[in-house]
Design a protein. Structure first.
Length: 306
């Protein structure tokens, strides 16, 4: 088992580019991760990495060994998944990612309950509004709110999320309340979620002729959806949000819905995972749990706002 751990450390160091990051991902100190790499190099009798003060890259033999080691680890994981189907208590680690807002408001609050019901399963969660590479990042499940683009992964739809345009009363008092979608193009500050390769440089809104794309703009954009929400609450502009993110603020009056007859196209709430994970009991348990309980959370958070 120590050798298998060394293989896992080695693969994550290659993928993440540093011993510290690779060890942290596996909950190991840099010292322990470094020791695992040195033990592996001593066992193999070769140098696996080129080391400088600023970088760590695999040698030619290290790159070849990575390819084979990864294949071994995947085979072991698949074998353990087969065995786990015969167990009443699936065990192991599930690596999950989710966007900031959905992660904080839906997924993260459910994790303790899931672990309480499945004490042999560990959940390691990371949140980001940027697009993640599930395979390259060694993830098992990626929850999302939006439109998935990776057709090589298995998709499970959980729910459609109603979206809404809203702004603080102070902003509407100062800038005026849009009466038609075209009004958004007349000097309004539209708060945009932007990051490299972000698709959200426009808003798709309902109209008399169906959904239309509007190339809105404004003085503020960010790669964190909660930053956009805070700016909207501060009266800085109009935000396009899933209803579950802003429902409490609409109820309190801190935000006001605008253009209710031109609501944005709904977003899908779902998850992606590699096909090979389909039969892994711990993955299936988590996805089923979030699908059931997450839908309940969504309904409860928006029940008085639609």
């Amino acid at each position: 088992m120590a050798y298998m751990e060394s293989l896992r450390v080695f693969c994550r160091v290659v993928e993440l580019g540093s011993i510290t990051s690779g060890g942290r991902d596996l909950r190991l100190t840099p010292a322990v991760a470094s020791k695992r790499i040195k033990e592996l190099e001593k066992h193999l009798g070769v140098r696996l990495f080129n080391r400088t003060t600023r970088s760590l890259t695999p040698t030619e033999v290290g790159q070849q060994f990575y390819t084979e080691a990864l294949r071994i680890l995947e085979t072991v994981d698949e074998a353990e998944s087969v065995v786990a189907r015969f167990s009443d208590a699936p065990r192991g680690t599930v690596r999950v990612t989710a966007p900031m807002a959905a992660g904080r408001r839906i997924i993260a609050p459910l994790v303790p309950e899931f672990v309480d019901q499945n004490p042999n399963i560990d959940v390691r969660m990371r949140m980001s509004d940027r697009k993640v590479d599930i395979l390259a990042d060694g993830l098992d499940v990626a929850f999302f709110v939006g439109t998935p683009h990776d057709s090589s992964l298995k998709l499970r739809k959980i729910a459609d999320c109603t979206r809404t345009l809203c702004a603080a009363p102070a902003y509407l008092e100062q800038a005026g309340t849009p009466k038609h979608p075209e009004d958004l193009l007349q000097g309004h500050n539209c708060l945009l979620l932007r990051y490299p390769r972000s698709p959200e440089y426009f808003w798709t809104l309902n109209s008399d002729t169906g959904y239309r794309k509007f190339e809105v703009s404004g003085k503020y954009d960010a790669d964190d959806s909660d930053v956009l929400l805070n700016w909207a609450l501060d009266g800085r502009g109009i935000v396009n949000k899933p209803l579950f993110e802003v429902a409490e603020h609409l109820r309190s009056g801190r935000l006001v819905e605008i253009l209710p007859d031109a609501r944005p196209m709904p977003s899908m709430f779902g998850c992606l995972y590699p096909h090979k994970k389909l039969q892994d009991p711990k993955i299936r348990l988590l996805v089923d749990f979030v699908a059931r309980r997450g839908l309940e959370v969504l309904k409860a958070s928006t029940s008085h706002s639609t």
